[in-house]
Structure formats: C-alpha cells, structure tokens
Design a protein around this ligand. Sequence first.
Ligand code: 4AZ
Length: 245
Amino acid sequence: MGAVALAAGSLQPLTALAAPVPIIGGAPAAQNEFPFMVSLSMGCGGALYKKNIVLTAAHCVEGSGNNTGITATAGVVDLDGPGAIKVKSTKVLQAPGYDGDGKDWALIKLARPIDKPTLKIATNTRYNRGTFTIAGWGDTQENAGTGSNQLLKAKVPFVSDRRCKRHYGSRLTAGQEICAGVPRGGVDTCQGDSGGPMFRKDDSGAWIQVGIVSWGDGCARPLVPGVYTEVSTFASAIARAAATL
Ligand code: 4AZ
C-alpha cells in the first residue's frame, strides 16, 4: 500500500518498552533526511521522480488517465505535523502491460511542482547490490493495518534471485523484481510502504533509487525477503512515460 512499513515483527527487546519508537531495525527519519519521499492518499508511498511527477507502484493505482483523486503529501516526516506540502494529482500512468505480475511501477502527475529534491533512478544494474535504505509510513507490524504517522527508515541487504527463489520459487519474476531482506527477519517493508523507494548511495555519494516497494509474503519473516520492482529494468520506459505526462 503506502509508506515504508518498517515491519518490526513481534520479538521486541525489553528495552524497546522505554524507547520512543520501538521498531526492530527501524528508526524515525530526520526532517529532510529523505526529502524526495512522498505519502500518497490511497495509502502508498512514492518518490519525486520529477518535481511534478511521483514514481510509485502500479498496484497502488487503478489504471491510466486523468485522475484528480490522489493527494501527495511531501516535505514532512510527521504526516500530521505542520509544514506538510499537499498537492493533488492530475494524471496517472500505470506501467503499460501491467497485469499484476511484474512491471509494478506507475507515475502520478501533480497539479503543481513540489520544491524538493528529486530521487534519481538507476539506469543500469550497477547498484543492484549492497545495502539499501527503505523508508515509509506503512505498518510497523505484519497485519497491524494502521501505518505510522512518522516516516520510518531501515536498512536491508540485497538478496540474490537464487536465494530469493528459495522462498518464492517461480512467483519471483527475476529481471523485473529485486529482493532485499535480513535473513533473520525483523526488518522489512510492509503494507502501506508499497510504492515507496528502495535506494542507496551511488559512487558520487548521491541517493539513487534501485527498487519500488512491491510485495512479499507477510512482513519481516525470517528467510522471506521483500520483493521490489527492479527500477533499472524499467528506467527507459519510466523516462519515456514521464515525457508524455
Ligand atoms: C503490501 O502489502 C506489502 N514485506 C508490501 C511489502 C511487503 C509485503 C506486503 C514486503 O503492500
């Protein structure tokens, strides 16, 4: 669905009782730490691809065409806090050929530009490795159903297609999907994080988006990675689609 649900799982350390945000493997993001993060009113996350275009997941939208029914909220970590920038959508473009299996990307055109930094997307497989950052306002536990008002962040390592298929088998569309997760579980995206970015630093130290939160079996389960849209595979299609909006 929406934001990055940094799923905690149920095994919380006792010290978590005293901590302000008792999320295993997750932590609150600082104001302006990820200025490209967007919360979408249908309960998904997204990232500013252009100042007036949000990149999100295809499964977060209902098709393509004029659409003024989505509100994007940016510029804040606290969705209820002051200073939130809220802009309505004008159009939605769902990945051509999307049928629920792979191709899980979509673009949302905004009624006006948001004056925040954009997040560049990976255009080749070079950064499809290493450790990724995930962020979002999604559920903090599997089946919590509530989401978080605060933007949360966590780090998850790349998981190879071969290892990811040990759990998902042929349900994983290798080449269109990239997996990430901690083998022991406890850190993950979850419902409400869908559409949000998975990103890392590139060689110049700039954030680069390598994934879009897409799906998984539950959240933060041991040996069950999260599945993300492989952005590099769709980079040219995304650029071409954006140019038509
Ligand atoms: C969801 O339902 C969802 N653990 C998103 C991410 C993951 C699972 C479910 C990955 O939107």
